[in-house]
Structures are given as structure tokens and as C-alpha cells.
Write a protein that binds this ligand. Structure first.
Ligand SMILES: Nc1ncnc2c1ncn2[C@@H]1O[C@H](COP(=O)(O)OP(=O)(O)OP(=O)(O)O)[C@@H](O)[C@H]1O
Ligand SMILES: [Mg+2]
Length: 298
């Protein structure tokens, strides 16, 4: 992969930067490994990989017991599971904001591989205009003024916020704030998107619209290469609509199932009304139910 940066870090290391590779879901075989893996073709070469990753917080809380996961370049994967099963921890580890206690994380992505990280809360600077918020990552990188404005304008157009560039966050609706947050991630043209329940607080219609926006950013039509995306959600429907693979986690921090969504992009609203969508949602719901029961009895 030309220009690719390959990074690798092991547990308890003090490695700086972000580790990408593939996310290998699934713990070592053990008494709890009783779920049938429905995905038979895990990517051979991975952009992101976690191998037997364990994360124990000070005080002894086991956030991840044993997670192995591989994600291919350009793949869109959702993480689904009950509260506290370690989804956000996986994202933090993939971003490099956190380090594993043991195990290995690696990533191999083109470009500078700085992820576009989108949080549940839009997390905008309240005193700054939408434009100032969106340009921040570029300013921090020392982007020349000549191209900075152009890139910010393009990002704002992509999320349909060009008309609100000079507004401050309190003047925006919740959906508009999330679009500004997406633009702030998009402006750096990330090869990797890490999204932690970004649309959880939004009404269904706004969420559907932003799902579509996100897909157009990560899975562009017209020959541009797709970005790799790891998306945390509590919504079965959202996971199925967006993803190529849904990874189901249970407490304490382990992968218990994964379901392939073998429906090609582009996907539009029509996909939500197909029998295939309904069948996949039922399949994912059942897996989530099993994961909740498994977590409760763990
Ligand atoms: N900084 C921390 N210190 C101690 N324990 C933590 C810390 N962060 C997370 N945990 C614990 O690790 C476990 C996994 O947390 P994590 O935030 O990854 O879960 P999650 O699946 O994202 O949950 P939710 O769906 O509620 O966001 C939880 O038991 C949580 O209490
Ligand atoms: Mg979380």
C-alpha cells in the first residue's frame, strides 16, 4: 500500500501514536465461545487489528477481557453490545488515546492515518463559529491559509452547513451540531473514522439523514476509495443500515458474534423497507439478546 503507515503496539507499552490494523473479534475459544460466527470471510489483510487485547483500568475494572478483531481497509464495521461491554474502550485503543494492558493492536492505513473521531456529544467550542470549529484540526496541523478556507468550505458543503458557517453552536439544532462535528472530522480527509454513538440523541428522521450523509462520506460513489469506519451504536437498525459487518460484544469486554451485511453500497432509504433488511435486523437483535444474557450471567 503506497504511502501506508504501519504501526504496531503491544500491551503495557508506552507507544505513542495510534495503532491500526484489523479488529479481530472473538475471544479465545473457551466455555463462553458458543456463538456461531456467521462471518466466514474475515479479511486476510487488515487495516486494523486487535489481537488478544485486554484492558484493565486502575482499580481492577476489566473493560476488555480478550478481544481479537480484524478490519479490512475500506470496511465499515459497527460495534454493538450492552452498556459497559467495552465498545468505547475499543475505539479509544484504536485511536491511540489509550493503550492495552496486554495484547497487540496494529494498523496499516494510507496517509497520515490520523483518525476522524466523532463523539456522542458534538463537543464543539461554544464560543466559536461553526467555521472556526471545523477549521481547528487543520490549524493544529499548520494547514496553509491558502487552502484552509477552501477545505473548510468543502467540508461544510458536504454536510449541508455552508449557510451556517458563521453561526455559533447554540444557534444550531442538535442535528446541525452533529453535522458540524462530522465536518470537523471530515475536513482532514480521514482514512479512518471512529464514531462513538454520534447520532444517539437525535430523532429518527435526523438520524436517518445523517446515516446517509455518513455513508456518502465513508463510501463515496464515483471511484474515490472508501474510508475505513468503526461505528459504535445501540441501534440495531442503524448498525445494519450502515455496516458491512456488525460485531456484537458482551460484558466483560469480548466479542461474541458477528454478522455480515452482504448488501452492496450505495444504500438508500429503500434498503430499510426490504425483506433482507428486516431479516438482518432480526438476526442482529437475536445476537444482541444473547449477548445481554451472556453478560448478565458472566
Ligand atoms: N476511565 C475508566 N476508569 C475505570 N473504568 C472505566 C473507565 N472507562 C471505562 N471504564 C469501565 O470499563 C467498562 C467498559 O466501558 P466502555 O465505556 O468501553 O463501555 P461501552 O460499551 O462503551 O458502554 P456504553 O454503551 O454505556 O457507552 C465499563 O465497566 C466502565 O465502567
Ligand atoms: Mg461507550
Amino acid at each position: 500500500m503506497s504511502g501506508a503507515k504501519s504501526e504496531r503496539m503491544s500491551g503495557a507499552c508506552g507507544a505513542s501514536g495510534i495503532a491500526y490494523g484489523s479488529i479481530a473479534l472473538g475471544a479465545r475459544g473457551g466455555p463462553r465461545a458458543r456463538y456461531s460466527r456467521r462471518v466466514t470471510s474475515l479479511p486476510a489483510s487488515a487495516a486494523l487489528s486487535l489481537a488478544q487485547v485486554r484492558r484493565v483500568y486502575p482499580g481492577g475494572r476489566v473493560a476488555l477481557a480478550d478481544v481479537s478483531l480484524r478490519i479490512a481497509a475500506g470496511e465499515f464495521v459497527s460495534l454493538l453490545g450492552p452498556s459497559g461491554c467495552g465498545k468505547s474502550t475499543v475505539l479509544r485503543l484504536l485511536s491511540g488515546l489509550d493503550q492495552p494492558t496486554s495484547g497487540t493492536i496494529s494498523r496499516d492505513l494510507p496517509g497520515d492515518a490520523v483518525p476522524g473521531y466523532v463523539f456522542q456529544d458534538a463537543a464543539l467550542m461554544p464560543w466559536a463559529s461553526v467555521r472556526r470549529n471545523v477549521e481547528l484540526p487543520l490549524m493544529l496541523r499548520g494547514e496553509p491559509a491558502a487552502t484552509l478556507r477552501e477545505r473548510v468550505d468543502a467540508a461544510l458543503r458536504a454536510v449541508d452547513l455552508a449557510d451556517s458557517a458563521e453561526a455559533v453552536p447554540r444557534e444550531l439544532s442538535g442535528g446541525m451540531r452533529m453535522r458540524a462535528s462530522l465536518a470537523r472530522a471530515l475536513v482532514t480527509s480521514p482514512q479512518l473514522w471512529l464514531l462513538d454513538e454520534p447520532f444517539g440523541a437525535l430523532d429518527e428522521i435526523t438520524r436517518f439523514a445523517l446515516n446517509q450523509t455518513l455513508l456518502s462520506l465513508c463510501q463515496p460513489t464515483g471511484g474515490d476509495k472508501p474510508a475505513t469506519a468503526v461505528f459504535v451504536t445501540h441501534s440495531v437498525y442503524e448498525a445494519v443500515f450502515l455496516s458491512q459487518r456488525v460485531v456484537v460484544m458482551a460484558r466483560p469486554g469480548r466479542v461474541v458474534d458477528e454478522i455480515a451485511v452482504d448488501v452492496p453500497y450505495p444504500r438508500d432509504a429503500g434498503f430499510r423497507t426490504t425483506p433482507r433488511f428486516a431479516a438482518l435486523c432480526a438476526q442482529v437483535s437475536e445476537a444482541l439478546q444473547r449477548a445481554s444474557v451472556a453478560g448478565a450471567s458472566a
